[in-house]
Design a protein. Structure first.
Lengths: 496, 491, 126
């Protein structure tokens, strides 16, 4: 794979930091402040998109800034894996920005400057994670993301939010500490931390070292990707405003953890050594258990956002489980699920936000008949629910297809059964809401109507995206091709 | 030959007198004189770093007498590094307005600036001297100045300062006794000369006793657990600006002395293999890190929390020495720089809060984040750096220490470093939460609080921005200044 | 080395003085006694240096025609010079410490360590 010098990766990271500076200028009108957010989001997406053609062609934009530790540089490189994450996060940021504006005006939220500024920092950090060329760079942005999310978690400043914030920090900082250990251990073992497809550990590293390193990555990235038993911060963090839950707790933050696993398994440890050590089986066990348990817990949740949170916990483990199988098919499925789950889950959270703004209801049991009041919202909700359950032709089906195929390839029938079973459970806990919304007798609902267009249009668009991605996975923006490229480079050989 | 070492020292000593003299007459002039003295010294210290980078070790023979007869001043990578930190933090402290730094402006008769400059002169003297006895003199100069400065914090500070004086004198006397042993064994006081003559004497019990005395003395001075007992009172009762200097640069100078003895006066293997010095320091430091962090969590008073945090942070420096490998030592030395910035910044913030609101207990800070956004942003940066969040400077000292622990195969030290990050997070995020998340209790002091004046804010912001810059350029500092120092250690 | 220590009983005295001084500083409750202990401690160190400089039959270190240039005939002058500096340091320390004691006594009306601690606690609880 070729690389060429380009400022674009750096710009993609910096553009939202510039927006932060503009947002915090005191005494400006809300419209002006929000327009900075929108402009930064559009610019970021445009920059990331402009790198897509060359990345597809196997020519990676890269920039090495300066040495940050002897022998290690702060460096960015946009490869196929990075751009999958970067593209989906930056696209969804645009929609979330519009949605946020509708949301904070509808509720209305306080301290909006801090809200939008933290959001922009989070996006910068996410881009940094996506485009990091080595583990140290990734760790730096990963920790920035942890910290920048904290103000959003405690945004409501209620005792509940403060508790959520504490729990969030305890989990995430502990994960960060293990990540520092993992980083240092990697450096010790291989003398470099630059990502390479297929891994950077020397072949003579002992299996016990590989297992230890893998466990360290599990303790660190496992927290953000909410693998049980490290998941419990995520439901608690749902006290944050809904757009935060939507973008960060369905797309950016948690996916950063999953993305970290992709880097750790595919680009640091390497599938060959991992396979020899047998450590991946441990993670597979944890994630498979997480998928089932999270679904079972989700069924019992009455709070809509909590139900979605547990659903997220389950789906994140889909992705990680896919990666642990170390087969090309499963990797393609896992990587596609990063995008697909993001699009579907953000739709669901947007819907939850729209319902909250209009009706101030958060509980599933209060939603009887809401479908007749907010038909577009609930239609989008239904579509995304079907997708998560794995019903064709919605995008969730595609990723699940490859995941199941990958588990058959690896001869892991039990895992295939886990995927199929959890699809049923997904249908159970999500479609039951649809049934309530459309078919249950409506009780004392006054006329609510749809939320403001600022909220409805984004959620309709994301629902549309999930349909389009399901119908044409190999078309623009070529996520399928990108995922195949990654799988091929990491695991060797052609695509599935 | 270059006289930059003495040129860093001379303005401080000279202006210590000038400042005191004009201070009797006008306080403002004393301030001006102090700033001029610090600036001159800063220029020399900066030039010293560049010259050392270009030419290596710079020696100056005082009065033209060559060693071992005369007193020699030496500027090498380590001392140039230390001198620049001391003078820079010193300048920040001098510029910081005394009404916030000392609770109230000092009365005209009190030579506050003179004492400060004398303190910095002593500290710089310790790091640039090449003579064992001369080091003792500077040690006592800075100690005396610091005893006097601590008492500016009020009646309790006097008691704390007296206790510190007793322990500090024990430390200084132990050092002097140790130097006496070395002198009577080798017949020289020049460090370079003694280094050569000591080699055949390594098995002598007198030399061993000298090492023990000197190391114990310096461990008291740097407040390494369990010899830290004087620190919490002295640093929390001292006024914020004085505490900033004491925690930021004074105790670190004692760590410098240990490193100097370990690397250049003795050969490292003597401290590592022959005598268990590094092992003992390392374990004391490890226990101190945990102890200091836990005690800091238990404090309500902001400055007292910072003081216990210093006990923990000094442990990082001790751990770097204790690891006794290049990466670990780099981590420890880098932490001297980082801690100077972080802790000074935090103490100056404490001064700013106290000055604007009269508050000093963390639970009462609720809601201040909105009232003083810039100062609290600086606090947050410093706090994040203490926790070790990249890209702030604190992360990188931890990074080298972690690398060093893995290199040494010392998993306990590694666990201590990692665990202490979390403990540090507990006591700093407790305050961050109060500042930003907990709504104000309606306390009038908080309600009427505003951002402090530029005089208070600028030094704080300089340090906060410095924390981030130091993090980003740490590789430069490490490769240029610290690696030549650490290269003396066997890897 | 060890024989030298034994042969010179003065070193034993120095050690005794050091012990007394240390005990005074750390074991005594009265702050003034701590200070006295400090002085004893430092004096012991000075004596150690002076004793180290002496040579049996050595003369005053001023070169005289009768004794010639042979260094062994004069006592070592350097430790004396060092200790002169040491004494200056010690006096300054004592002066500063005495000033502190005056301030402490004015405020707390006692120099007893524990009594001062108690009074401080009362202050805080008020």
């Amino acid at each position: 794979m070729e690389t060429y010098y380009s400022l674009k990766p750096l710009l993609a990271v910096l553009v939202s930091l510039l927006a932060v500076v503009l947002i915090v200028i005191p005494n400006q009108r809300p419209n002006v402040r929000e327009s900075w957010t929108i402009m930064a989001a559009l610019a970021k997406f445009a920059i990331v998109l402009s790198m897509l053609p060359s990345v597809l062609g196997g020519n990676y934009p890269a920039i090495t800034l300066f040495s940050i530790s002897p022998g290690i540089s702060l460096a960015l490189k946009v490869d196929s894996l990075g751009i999958i994450f970067g593209l989906s996060a930056s696209l969804l940021w645009i929609l979330t920005s519009f949605f946020s504006i509708g949301y904070v005006r509808g509720v209305p939220e306080h301290k909006q400057t801090r809200y939008f500024a933290s959001f922009a920092v989070c996006l910068s950090a996410t881009m940094g994670i996506a485009f990091a060329a080595n583990l140290l760079t990734l760790v730096i942005f990963y920790e920035i993301l942890t910290i920048a999310t904290y103000p959003l978690v405690i945004h409501k400043e209620t005792p509940e939010a403060i508790f959520g914030g504490r729990k969030y920090l305890v989990y995430l900082l502990t994960g960060g500490v293990f990540l520092l250990f993992a980083l240092a251990f990697t450096y010790q073992l291989s003398g470099t931390v630059d990502f390479q497809p297929g891994g950077i550990l020397p072949a003579q590293v002992s299996p016990s070292s590989v297992i230890m390193l893998f466990i360290l990555f599990l303790m660190s990235f496992g927290v953000k990707s909410a693998v049980m038993p490290l998941h419990s911060w995520l439901p608690t963090a749902m006290v944050a405003p809904t757009p935060v839950s939507a973008l960060l707790h369905a797309v950016a933050v948690v996916k950063a953890g999953v993305f970290g696993f992709a880097r750790a398994i595919g680009f640091v440890i390497g599938p060959a050594l991992l396979h020899q050590s047998g450590a991946a089986g441990v993670l597979a066990g944890f994630t498979a258990a997480t998928i089932l348990l999270a679904s079972l817990i989700a069924i019992r949740q009455d709070n809509l956002k909590m139900r979605l949170a547990y659903s997220t916990v389950g789906h994140l483990s889909y992705i990680v489980l896919g990666m642990t199988m170390l087969s090309p098919g499963a990797w393609v499925g896992a990587l596609l699920h990063i995008v697909n789950h993001a699009v579907m889950k953000i739709t669901l959270f947007f819907c939850a936000g729209a319902i909250y703004v209009r009706t101030h209801r958060e509980k599933v049991s209060e939603l009887n008949g809401i479908g007749r009041q907010m038909p577009i919202t609930m239609a989008a909700f239904t579509l995304a629910s079907l997708g998560l359950a794995g019903v064709p032709p919605i995008n969730g089906f595609i990723s699940k297809w490859y995941l199941v195929q990958g588990s058959f390839d690896g001869g892991q029938l039990a895992i295939a059964i886990v995927f199929l079973l959890s699809g049923l459970l997904n249908a159970g806990y999500l479609l039951s809401i649809t049934i309530r919304a459309f078919f249950a007798p409506s009780e004392r609902f006054t006329k609510f109507g749809e939320a403001s267009p600022l909220m409805v249009v984004p959620l309709a668009l994301t629902a549309l995206f999930s349909l389009l991605l399901g119908l044409f996975p190999e078309r623009f923006p070529y996520f399928y091709q990108l995922a195949s490229q990654v799988a091929a480079s990491v695991l060797g050989g052609g695509g599935p | 030959m270059s006289s930059l070492s003495i040129l860093t020292l001379a303005p401080l000593l000279l202006f210590a007198f000038i400042t005191t003299l004009v201070g009797i007459w006008r306080l403002k002039w004393a301030y001006a004189a102090a700033v001029i003295g610090m600036l001159l010294s800063l220029i020399a210290a900066g030039a010293g770093v560049f010259r050392v980078l270009a030419e290596g070790k710079l020696r100056h023979f005082l009065g033209g007498w060559p060693p071992p007869f005369g007193i020699e001043y030496v500027l090498d990578h380590l001392s140039a590094f230390m001198a620049l930190i001391i003078v820079f933090i010193g300048l920040i402290a001098v510029v910081y307005p005394p009404e916030a730094g000392l609770y109230q402006p000092p009365r005209k008769g009190i030579p506050m600036y003179g004492l400060l400059l004398l303190l910095f002169a002593g500290l710089v003297g310790v790091v640039v001297t090449g003579d064992l006895f001369n080091l003792f003199v500077f040690l006592e100069i800075y100690s005396l100045a610091s005893y006097a400065l601590i008492t500016l914090g009020g009646d309790r500070a006097v008691v704390a300062s007296f206790r510190y004086l007793i322990l500090g004198t024990i430390a200084g006397s132990f050092y002097l006794l140790g130097v006496g042993f070395i002198y009577f064994s080798t017949g020289t006081l020049n460090m370079a000369d003694a280094a050569q003559r000591l080699v055949p004497l390594y098995s002598s019990p007198v030399v061993m006793a000298a090492v023990a005395l000197i190391v114990i003395g310096m461990c008291i001075k740097m407040a390494l657990f369990p010899l830290h007992v004087w620190l919490p009172d002295a640093h929390s009762y001292a006024s914020p600006m004085v505490a900033a200097v004491l925690a930021g640069i004074q105790i670190e100078v004692a760590a410098y002395v240990v490193v100097r003895f370990m690397l250049t006066i003795f050969q490292p293997h003597y401290f590592i293999d022959v005598l268990p010095v590094t092992t003992v320091i390392g374990w004391m430091a490890a226990v101190g890190i945990i102890f200091g962090s836990v005690m800091a969590i238990a404090q309500r008073d902001f400055k007292r929390m910072l003081a216990y945090s210093t006990v923990a942070q000094v442990g990082y420096i001790g751990l770097g020495i204790g690891l006794a490998n290049p990466l670990g030592l780099i981590g420890g030395l880098l932490h001297i720089l980082n801690h100077a910035f972080m802790k000074s910044c935090l103490f100056l913030v404490a001064g700013g809060i106290r000055y604007k609101t009269g508050l000093h207990e963390i639970p009462k800070f609720a809601g201040l984040g909105r009232k003083m956004p810039l100062m609290m942003a600086a606090f947050t940066v410093a706090a994040l750096s203490m926790v070790g969040i990249p890209p702030t400077a604190g992360f990188f000292s931890k990074w080298y220490l972690v690398l060093g622990s893995i290199d040494a195969g010392n998993w306990v030290f590694l666990a201590v470093i990692l665990a202490s990050s979390l403990l540090t997070a507990v006591y700093f995020f407790r305050m961050v939460e109060k500042l930003y998340a907990v709504p104000s209790s309606g306390d009038a002091a908080v309600e009427q609080a505003t951002e402090p004046s530029a005089g208070i804010l600028v030094p704080i912001l300089v340090l906060a921005v410095g924390i981030i810059i130091l993090g980003l350029i740490n590789a430069l500092i490490v490769t240029q200044l610290l690696m030549p120092v650490a290269a003396l250690l066997p890897s | 080395m060890a024989e030298m220590f034994l042969a010179r009983y003065v070193y034993l005295m120095v050690i005794v003085l050091l012990a007394i001084g240390l005990w005074g500083m750390l074991g005594k409750r009265n702050l003034l006694k701590k200070l006295i202990g400090m002085n004893i401690f430092q004096t012991a160190i000075f004596l150690f240096f002076i004793e180290g400089a002496t040579k049996l039959g050595g003369s005053v270190p001023v070169i005289s025609p009768e004794l010639g240039m042979e260094a062994a005939r004069y006592v070592n002058p350097l430790p004396h010079v060092l200790i002169l500096t040491g004494i200056v340091v010690s006096i300054s320390l004592t002066g500063v410490a005495l000033a502190f004691l005056i301030v402490i006594y004015r405020k707390y009306k006692t120099l007893d360590d524990r009594a001062i601690m108690l009074k401080m606690k009362e202050e805080t609880s008020e």
